[in-house]
Design a protein around this ligand. Structure first.
Ligand SMILES: [Zn+2]
Ligand SMILES: [Zn+2]
Ligand SMILES: [Zn+2]
Length: 313
């Protein structure tokens, strides 16, 4: 662990956020960030550009696809928010975060059917884990997609997974002290609708929102949502316009981190401090904690989420 990570983690304990070195009180449920990258991970397949060139040889700089693990040490349960192409490493990461529950899998919550958010389900099939009736929480279109399209339909047919329907705005309990509310957001919904999650524990509430087109297209104001939670993991796919030279970025809309910083600039520091950016594209300069982009984000009172960080729930 480098020095910067330690400092950031220590500073955030007061907000209920903790770095890898901090252990939460034994009984509190908690969330662990299992990855912070966009669907393709970081570095990304086939990228010969500066952003990824030097990374293959340095494991410490790689970032897995955005995902959150939830652990309840009292009921001995754990869940995955998203099931990403990095799933095998993320299972391992969650094992390490709380070794007592190694191998346990009590459910998976899916936001949408873009490859970075569900393709890891392949590992639940009989070729790999051969799981038995793992609850997979999905919205109606997502549920139908998994039920009817191979290879996912085989997971349903062989009862490796058990689809559990979710509804927009309707809270449901993971257990007696953890509640999740899915909410629809505008996104490129080719195969499924897209949701974010509010996850509520006895102590804190977390927002998980890796993919959304633009804040202005969402009927709910971002500021209102931020008021309701303690920590907000927000779509930070791109830092600013022009990040993909030669590509029309309006075709792949996301709120640029620069736009989110600008939008929230007049919010109290306590609100801005809730924001932790996730889902960073390989081209995003904010991947570098010492670079200009990360510095600007910190100056704006926000943070880039770190793989391995924990939040008490
Ligand atoms: Zn995504
Ligand atoms: Zn790259
Ligand atoms: Zn997406």
């Amino acid at each position: 662990m480098n020095r910067r990570k330690f400092i950031i983690g220590s500073g955030l304990v007061g907000l209920g956020l903790a770095s890898r070195g901090f252990s939460a009180p034994a009984n509190h449920p908690f969330a662990v960030v299992l990855g912070t990258a966009q669907d393709g991970g970081y570095p990304q397949a086939g990228c010969k550009k500066e952003c990824c060139r030097g990374l293959w040889g340095d494991v410490t700089k790689r970032r897995d696809v955005a995902s959150l693990g939830i652990v309840d040490p009292v009921t001995n349960q754990r869940w995955f928010i998203e099931c990403t192409p990095s799933f095998p490493r993320q299972v391992r990461r969650l094992d390490e975060a709380y070794p007592k529950l190694t191998g346990k899998l009590d459910g998976i919550l899916l936001t949408h059917a873009h490859i970075g958010h569900y393709a890891g389900l392949i590992h639940l099939g009989h070729e790999v884990m051969g799981t038995k009736s793992i609850p997979v929480h999905a919205m109606p279109r997502m549920e139908n997609f998994l039920r009817t399209q191979g290879p996912w339909s085989q997971l349903v047919g062989l009862k490796n997974i058990r689809l559990s329907p979710m509804r927009d705005g309707r809270a449901f309990g993971l257990n007696k002290r953890l509640r999740v509310t899915p909410f629809l957001v505008p996104h490129r919904d080719e195969f499924s609708e897209t949701v974010g999650f509010q996850i509520e524990g006895p102590k804190q509430k977390i927002l998980w929102l890796p993919d959304i087109d633009k804040w202005g297209k969402w009927k709910t104001p971002l500021e209102k949502v931020l008021k309701e939670v303690d920590v907000a993991y927000l779509d930070g796919t791109f830092f600013a316009n022009g990040e993909l030279p030669g590509r029309d970025m309006s075709k792949i809309p996301h709120p640029f981190i620069a736009e989110t910083m600008h939008r929230l600039k007049d919010q109290p520091a306590s609100v801005r401090a809730k924001v932790r950016f996730i889902h960073l594209n390989h081209t995003n300069p904010a991947h570098h904690s010492d670079g200009f982009a990360a510095k600007q984000i910190r100056k704006a009172g926000m943070q880039v989420a770190e793989q391995g960080e924990r939040v008490e729930l």
